[in-house]
Design a protein around this ligand. Structure first.
Ligand SMILES: [Cu+2]
Length: 333
């Protein structure tokens, strides 16, 4: 049993105890629960079923985080592993090669214009073919492309890696002109997400035309299987600060892993021209620690914590406990 097991067990003890029992009983529960968890070897899995005692309150966005900023020039700060990898490649490899190549070509053009124009150079040379020069101007671009190719292919492979079998699945459906998010692993409830009017967004301290009434809430730090589909025409599910863009095509399910590194609110938009109100179907991803995410899940009718078939044996009991305690405290649950 590790220190982590004890801490987790203690956390569970507190969870059980919040119906009104005191600290003493939570300590007793923690002591009882710790060896059980260690025996089962399922503490990490059990974390997946913890429910935050405080219930769910929508997270306030951090100004400038997960959203565009005034006068912003380059990409938004990235909050997913593939986003960080991609931004690193852009900032450290591609951008330098691009700038150097542009300056080099511009310098060559300026040199040709100044040195070999009709006035300065009235009798042009008739030289053709220079083997060394031709080998160099073929070889160097090939080397440059190889330098870009290797990290680029790695990044592509990382972006389309399959999610683990027990990853949480969330399905995003693009509709003219709003998003619906369904949670098959959490009892199958569906969230309808519409744009907030400007005044309402302002009141809530959210960016104008990017805020939505209901968010796509996800657990932080986990591989999540995001599936997209279009209900009518092609839409595209895109969140720039998470480096996530996946088309939502009618009659076809697309799938990609989403990992959000830290809790926060991240804004995106439909990114496929889909009709008159294409510009008014924003996407808001709210990433919460597992216990808070579970608390959010339990605010929906018919919700369950995690229906993944790979869930370990002790899990359903923990889920039932959590559900019962959430139901007893969450108003309207
Ligand atoms: Cu759309």
């Amino acid at each position: 049993m590790t220190l982590g097991d004890v801490k987790r067990a203690f956390g569970r003890g507190l969870m059980h105890a919040r119906g009104g029992a005191g600290l003493l009983s939570s300590c007793v529960l923690a002591l009882l629960a710790a060896p059980t968890a260690a025996l089962a070897g399922a503490s990490a899995a059990a974390d997946r079923f913890a429910v935050a005692p405080g219930g769910y309150t929508p997270m306030k966005p951090t100004p400038g985080k997960g959203m565009p900023v005034d006068g912003g020039l380059t990409f938004q700060t990235q909050y997913s592993p593939t986003g960080q990898e991609a931004l690193w490649m852009h900032d450290n490899i591609v951008m330098w090669i691009l700038v150097a190549t542009s300056i080099f070509v511009l310098a060559l053009l300026v040199w040709v214009i100044l040195r070999y124009n009709h006035r300065v150079n009235p009798t042009p040379s008739k030289t053709s073919h220079n083997t060394l020069l031709e080998v160099v101007w073929t070889g160097i671009p090939i080397l440059i492309l190889l330098v870009v190719f290797v990290p680029s292919m790695k990044l592509l492979a990382h972006q389309y890696k399959k999610p683990p079998a027990n990853a949480l699945t969330i399905k995003a459906t693009g509709n003219q002109w709003y998003w619906t998010y369904s949670y098959p692993d959490n009892g199958g409830f569906e969230v309808i997400s519409n744009i907030l009017p400007d005044e309402e967004a302002d009141k809530r301290g959210e960016p104008r035309q990017l805020a939505a009434d209901n968010r796509l809430v996800v657990p932080v730090g986990e591989k999540i299987r995001i599936q997209t589909i279009g209900a009518d025409v092609i839409h595209s599910f895109a969140v720039p600060s998470l480096w996530f863009k996946l088309d939502a095509v009618p009659g076809r399910i697309n799938e990609k892993v989403l990992v959000v590194n830290e809790p926060g609110v991240y804004y995106g938009q439909c990114s496929e021209l889909c009709g008159a109100r294409h510009g008014y179907m924003p996407i808001v991803v709210e990433a919460l620690p597992r216990p808070q995410y579970n608390a959010w899940v339990m605010t929906h009718a018919g919700a369950k914590i995690d229906g993944a078939p790979e869930a370990p044996a002790p899990a359903p009991a923990a889920a039932a406990d959590a559900a019962a305690s959430a139901a007893s405290s969450a108003p309207g649950a």
